[in-house]
Design a protein around this ligand. Structure first.
Ligand code: UD1
Length: 364
């Protein structure tokens, strides 16, 4: 039986892994879930396994936090040992976190084929650690599973042979569509807990080092957002990186911005779904809001997900507080519909499983 090692590492990976893991159950491929431990706190990891019904990892490398080199190298060394012991037929990596690149690199050096789910996305911003992870992971991969046609074009432009690239759609949307009814049932609880009136509040998330690591940048942004929050109160589930930055540096949070601990997947989808607007520097949230029809103001200068601006509800606002607030006010002034993006249909996991099964299964 062919073996696929699936790499789980950080919060945004788990909703990408779940649909493929489920779909592989219907194939001849045996899946092994390896958690690198890049994210380890219960709200950043365990809560997602529970919410999404992912079985506990078969192996936890327990690497934890560190500098980029420490984290990447730690994952490589530990993951290499797994590769030597199990010798999988394919290593499947997701997204663009440090563990994605670390595991792809360890596998490629042992001549084990790599499949990259969410391949081909490019922000063009080489100062983002994720952009480095994306480009290098794609270069190391045998199967490149892309979410949208722009990703295929990016890969072709980089000289990646077209036969390696498979436009399969957005796997995170598989999870969103599957769990949306359950999430909607949770709004009563989570909404009441934080006093949320449907359609009358916004959701804020911030975790990019470029937005949160420098106290002056973060303070300026929050002060501007405080202005918006007098009209539309903002709920801010705070990422641990951001919380550390806020607590250590005496950042003041304007009234109208309610900070809470990170939410699990279902509660988070519930609050986003009923929100009036989302302001974020996340990648995945640009996609989820587009599908939900909630306007999204992205607090960044670039996006690796341009399809969400072209076909979805996303708008790139830059990182200057005044521009972010102006973009938010424009978004609030009009109505929005859920986007229809080709192949974001809830079946991406099945398509990937089928392609891998055809390539590795007994019929190959
Ligand atoms: C990582 C990814 C980023 C992704 C984000 C989602 C990289 C380079 N970055 O960023 O692409 O969007 O995850 O959340 O891989 N921490 C905890 N508990 C945890 C995990 C982290 O407290 O469970 C704290 C630690 O202080 C750590 C810091 O958060 O140093 C940053 O964690 P890290 O995984 O290095 O990067 P993220 O900012 O989470």
């Amino acid at each position: 039986m062919p073996i696929a090692s699936l790499v789980a590492a950080a919060r945004p990976n788990f909703m990408k892994l779940a649909p493929l893991l489920r779909a592989l159950d219907d194939t001849t491929i045996e899946s092994v879930v390896v958690h690198t431990g890049q994210h380890y706190d219960e709200p950043m990891s365990g809560a997602f396994f529970d919410d999404l019904g992912i079985r506990p990892p078969d192996l936890d490398l327990g690497i934890g936090s560190g500098t980029h080199a420490e984290q990447t190298a730690g994952v490589m060394v530990a993951f290499e040992q797994h590769l030597v012991e199990r010798r999988p037929d394919v290593v499947v990596v997701f997204g663009d976190v440090n563990s994605t690149l670390a595991c792809a690199l360890a596998a490629a050096k042992l001549d084990i084929p790599v499949a990259h789910v969410e391949a081909g996305l490019r922000s063009g911003d080489w100062t983002m650690p994720e952009e480095i992870n994306r480009v290098l992971t794609d270069r190391l991969s045998t199967w490149l599973f892309t979410p949208s046609a722009d990703a295929d074009e990016n890969l072709l432009a980089e000289g990646i042979p077209a036969e390696r690239t498979h436009l399969v759609g957005n796997i995170m949307i598989d999870t969103l569509l599957r769990f949306l009814p359950t999430a909607r049932d949770r709004f009563g609880g989570i909404g009441a807990r934080h006093g949320l009136v449907p359609g009358a509040y916004g959701v804020l998330t911030l975790h990019r080092p470029s937005n949160v690591d420098d106290p002056q940048t973060l303070q300026a942004l929050l002060t501007a957002l405080g202005n918006l929050a007098t009209d539309v109160p903002l709920l801010w589930p705070m990422h641990p990186r951001t919380r550390a930055s806020v607590l250590d540096r005496g950042i003041s949070i304007p009234p109208g911005i309610l900070t809470i601990d990170p939410l699990g997947y279902l509660d988070f989808v519930a609050v986003v779904d009923r929100s009036r607007i989302v302001l974020t520097d996340s990648g995945g949230l640009q996609e989820e809001t587009s599908v939900l029809g909630v306007p999204c103001v992205t607090i960044r200068d670039n996006t690796e997900r341009p399809v969400t601006c072209e076909l979805g509800t996303n708008r790139l606002a830059g990182t200057d507080g005044a521009s972010v607030v102006a973009a938010a006010r424009e978004a609030l002034a009009r109505s929005w519909e859920p986007a229809e993006i080709p192949l974001w249909d809830g079946r991406t996991g099945e398509r990937i499983a089928e392609l891998l099964d055809t390539a590795l299964g007994p019929g190959r």
